[in-house]
Design a protein around this ligand. Sequence first.
Ligand SMILES: Nc1ncnc2c1ncn2[C@@H]1O[C@H](COP(=O)(O)OP(=O)(O)OP(=O)(O)O)[C@@H](O)[C@H]1O
Ligand SMILES: [Mg+2]
Length: 502
Amino acid sequence: MSEYVVLMEHITKTFPGVKALDDVQLHLKTGEVMALLGENGAGKSTLMKILSGVYTRDSGKMEIFGQDIVGDLNTKQAQDLGVAIIHQELNMCQHLTVANNMFLGRELIKNGRLDTKEMNRQAQEQLAKLGIMDLDPNATVGDLPVGRQQMVEIAKALLINAKVLIMDEPSSSLSNAEITEMFRIVHELKAMGTAIVYISHRLQELHNIVDSVTIMRDGKYITEGKFKDFTMEEIIANMVGREITNQFPRDQVARGKKILEIKNLNAGRMVRDVSFDLYEGEVLGFSGLVGAGRTETMRAIFGADVKESGEIILDGKKLTIRKPDDAIRQGIVLAPEDRKKEGLCTKLSIRDNIALPNLDLICNSTGKINKKIEDEMIEKGKNSLTIKMPGPDSQAGSLSGGNQQKVVVAKWLARESRVVIFDEPTRGIDVAAKVEIYQIINTLKKRGIGVIIVSSEMPEVMGISDRVIVMCNGKVTGEVDPRTVSEEEIMTYATQFGENAS
Ligand SMILES: Nc1ncnc2c1ncn2[C@@H]1O[C@H](COP(=O)(O)OP(=O)(O)OP(=O)(O)O)[C@@H](O)[C@H]1O
Ligand SMILES: [Mg+2]
């Protein structure tokens, strides 16, 4: 028998207009944690969907636990063989309970009825194996934070006795505490002999858990080996096909006049008396722990959430913003953090996604779309971001995760705004595309636009902002110069719960 639990060779897969995989190989051993790396659209998710039976390969050899897979493999067969996948975009049934989700498609039946009691018992048992004691199997999944939902997915994988677990960007929407817990669980699974394929664009975290790497580029296999035999520069160069010298480019632009003034903003529990200024040609970073109120502050400014009190002054003029449309028309736009829920209509084309918030610019007085303006707008968005896509009419949901994020950004680049707010703009985006987004931020800055960026990645917010505001528990707790501040100092502000702690 082969020494590999999974062996894939010469795998190809073509979608209409895209060769997603071209002669790719992957070798995974028992108890190994392998990082599968590559830029957005490199084919990582596609390869893993083939291994888990979601997609069928066009050609190539595939062995799972030494068993040659002849012909197509479906998801049920893959599960029976011990392969489980946690998808990049978690797809759980939000309205079902924890236990129901874990037993989906394999429900236990007693006397012709669902045996809820036994399913709950077994669900709890699996969760306990992962060291999770405080999660009610009867809780509705949609009510849980993303980190917990992910634990349910992992427990579900244990339930089907998975010996190969694929984790497609599990950390991209977790808080630091949740990531630490996930790492602990990965170590536990590994100790039980589970082999894991771990996909992530957060290269800094890999050293915590990874034994080996396989690197892909443009649908092709590039290299593999032990993680410790690569430097980070080598990994990046293999992913990108060239060296990236400056991961965080920050252009110097003279700070202009004050554009935006936020005065004593209050909105719900998470935005308490927030005040700050933003200047022309400035990138203002917002740092803090997940849940500090940064997203809520931006949503309140943008009119996505109701404000209780406070003033928003743009270019010296007090604005009334009751809904996002008011903000957009007056020159304040927001690229939200959750692209699937709020940033994109995944079923619509890329064209429609870019056109939708800009209809005021592309419709004539009778409300008819001016095709020429629309085409120019799509071109502009596409070119400024090098979105990898078959054409503007493809469905936004069929793009790779990172390319979807670029569409979210592209729709705002199509219009002239005074203030652009980015909430976690590079989540799930590869290292080269991140630099592209930073360059766009630099371009906006040079045009005299005020940019706000909310980011949980400390190196990012420190690397590209001109000034950083730190929030904790709904309040502004500090303002720092990112060129001179230490991470410790920021953490001090980020944990300053003070008298507001609840
Ligand atoms: N269902 C689909 N229909 C059409 N094209 C697809 C489909 N799924 C993937 N593709 C295309 O295949 C290519 C590889 O995509 P894939 O999702 O595997 O990339 P990835 O490496 O996972 O990227 P990311 O890091 O952004 O998630 C992309 O060009 C993508 O647009
Ligand atoms: Mg992917």
